[in-house]
Ligand binder design. Structure first.
Ligand SMILES: Cc1ncc(COP(=O)(O)O)c(C=O)c1O
Length: 499
């Protein structure tokens, strides 16, 4: 061994003099990278060598410096360098031959550049179908007039915070474990009690499945109940999230006209395997499904052995009298799947919704759910259960309903008074948004103008499946806006020039 003054290196004379400085530099550079920092110096040396082997800098058969040289190069003790070599020998990265030295014992193929791979990999046909739906990715910002957001400024955060602390104190680590895939039992009991009292839904906790969202429920239903080509009756216009879920399952979607009495069944339509309905307030127009139509649709479902999804997404917010009881309460043959969400009544990021299914089907839905995500977050389920059981949920909804009713009244009046040059409101007895019809062919232009004035006006035309059926309009979300914010936004819209 000699000292080479030019490099300041100790050189192992058995080592080719060209490789040695390069290797030393590579190892030193890797050793100094912060991501290789570890709890011990020995582990840091190990990380350095593993990385050098994985990156191909140290190929199969490459001889490494002696532990004494390595220690000097990396400025660690010889004991540390020796321990690192022993560790990597045990892991199979290195081989130590008595009298010969330490060698790389493994060949790691370098990964191909990611870009090339991504271009070659294809999606499944199902994946392509999903991609083409574009998803349902409304950002739901609480800006005027983004649709469907609750007013989170009015949410009782302090109380929620206290209940969260209380649940953690009382149940502690039990809430951190894996939970029941069907849902936390006290929450299922609370939901069964709540929908029974307020919506007439007939069920026990055994029929309730707690999910992360209505969207997850729709996807679960599509996967579990629909085969390729099955007919699905969709409200026209209708909810894009549901449409996308059924498209992803390869279903044959049949748009069915909605009039003042809701979805209008007709004997000329092919029999459905499933019907998607929003009976309390049709999404997006807000009309209620009449009693007569409900009876007819339940009869069709019985006769054709079809499922009905009753998406009761915002019936809590009914402002003129009581909403009609849920269709599920009139179902005598187990055709109805009842769907509710806490996204509107509590807050969207809670990610809790519920699906109520016939008792004989609860096991199938629960099993299918385990393939998705196991279960919903236990802590939030426990807090929500407590919030309902202590009566805070009912009180919160009463309060919010009043708040939203006055906002709906305010917006309706202002649209009628100030936007009558181009907009006609569709009065609805509930909901978090107001549908407004626009002159034919004007939606795109008026939306652009609104945008320039700083107002978001979600369009109605895109909610239709058939181009001929399309009506131009806006769906103005009012629930998250104070009266002042509503007035200011209408003031902006009133500057729009008609046609
Ligand atoms: C008809 C309808 N169903 C369900 C939902 C959403 O529920 P979730 O957030 O639980 O998916 C919405 C939200 O806008 C909706 O309009």
């Amino acid at each position: 061994m000699t000292i080479m003054p030019g490099f300041g290196l100790m050189v192992d004379t058995h080592f080719p003099t060209m490789i040695r400085p390069i290797m030393q530099q590579v190892l030193l550079t890797l050793f100094q990278q912060p991501e290789h920092a570890a709890t011990t110096l020995r582990e840091r040396v190990c990380n350095t060598l593993r990385r050098a082997i994985h990156s191909g800098a140290l190929p199969l058969g490459q001889r490494l410096p002696s532990s004494r040289l390595l220690a000097a190069d990396l400025q660690v003790s010889r004991v540390t360098a020796e321990a690192a070599y022993r560790q990597l020998e045990a892991e199979g990265y290195l081989q130590r031959r008595v009298g010969q030295g330490t060698f790389v014992a493994i060949r790691i193929n370098k990964p191909l550049p990611v870009r090339k791979m991504a271009g070659q990999l294809r999606l499944s046909q199902r994946g392509e179908a999903i991609l083409h739906t574009g998803g349902c990715r409304d950002p739901l910002q609480p800006l005027p007039f983004a649709a469907g957001s609750p007013d989170l400024r009015a949410f009782p955060l302090k109380l929620w915070q206290q209940l969260t602390a209380q649940q953690l104190r009382l149940r502690g680590e039990a809430l951190l474990r894996y939970g029941d895939p069907q849902g936390y039992l006290p929450l299922r009991e609370a939901i069964a009690g709540y929908v029974g009292q307020t919506r007439g839904v007939q069920c026990t906790a055994q029929q309730v499945i707690v999910l992360t969202s209505s969207q997850q429920a729709l996807q679960l239903i599509a996967t579990l109940l629909l085969d390729q080509g099955d007919n699905v009756w969709m409200e026209e216009p209708g909810y894009l999230g549901a449409r996308n879920a059924f498209i992803s399952a390869g279903a044959n979607l049949i748009p069915v006209n909605v009039d003042e009495a809701g979805l209008q069944p007709s004997s000329t339509l092919p029999a459905p395997r499933l019907m998607y309905l929003t009976p309390a307030h049709h999404y997006p127009t807000g009309v209620a499904l009449s009693l007569e139509r409900r009876v007819t649709l339940l009869e069709i479902a019985r006769r054709e052995q079809s499922w009905i999804i009753e998406d009761d997404y915002d019936s809590e917010f009914h402002y003129d009298g009581q909403p009609m009881p849920a269709m599920q309460s009139q179902d005598r043959h187990g055709n109805v799947l009842y769907l509710g969400t806490f996204s509107k009544t509590l807050f969207p990021s809670l990610r809790l919704a519920y699906l109520i299914v016939p008792a004989e089907r609860a096991a199938a839905f629960t099993t299918a759910r385990t393939l998705y995500d196991g279960h919903s977050a236990q802590l939030m389920q426990a807090v929500t259960a407590e919030f309902i059981q202590q009566g805070h949920f009912a009180a919160h909804i009463r309060y919010m309903r009043q708040l939203y009713r006055s906002r709906r009244d305010g917006l309706l009046l202002q649209v009628e008074q100030r936007l009558k040059a181009f907009a006609t409101a569709q009065p609805a007895s509930g909901g978090l948004q107001l549908a407004v019809w626009l002159p034919p062919g004007q939606e795109a232009r008026l939306t652009r103008q609104a945008q320039q004035l700083g107002v978001i006006t979600p369009g109605l035309a895109a909610q239709y499946m058939t181009p001929q059926a399309r009506r131009d309009g806006w769906l103005l979300g009012f629930s998250a806006l104070t009266p002042g914010e509503i007035s200011a936004a209408v003031e902006q819209l009133s500057k729009i020039t008609s046609g």
